[in-house]
Ligand binder design. Sequence first.
Ligand SMILES: [Zn+2]
Length: 167
Amino acid sequence: MPNVIKHYILMQVSRVDRISKKTRSAVMSKIRSTGNKSTELRLRMAFIREGIQGWTMHPRSIFGKPDFWFPVARIAVFVDGCFWHGCQRVGCSRSPQQNREYWIKKIARNVCRAQEVTMALGRQGCKAMRVWEHQLATVEGVRQTVRSIACQLVREDRAPNHGFDKR
Ligand SMILES: [Zn+2]
């Protein structure tokens, strides 16, 4: 097991111990109410609003089935749920105490898997961009995220609007 994962698990365990019952249920209800779907939708709406085209969602042919895939630029965008990917930012979801071993293992697996996907895509000449759920929580955050994705598209000399034109 890589050291980073071990460290991560230890951090989660020590954090979990400090969470009160009340916080825990608040965290759990937050997880239920903010699934990956709504954050994905937010990004999707922002792409449409900004006129960024040439992407598909969840293509099965691309390893890791990215949330958004720009075939021309070969850029994959993944929206990582803060809970599911063990976001360390203050205020983001923490592992629940009930069945915590199960959750910790599951989250650690997600983190490893995401890393594998990023590396595998890299080997195939694709770029994986990972967006945290919390980055899409505010209007400004969405704007910044879209801007950084657009910059990558331009950097590849494949302007956002030309995704379909060049195919
Ligand atoms: Zn977060």
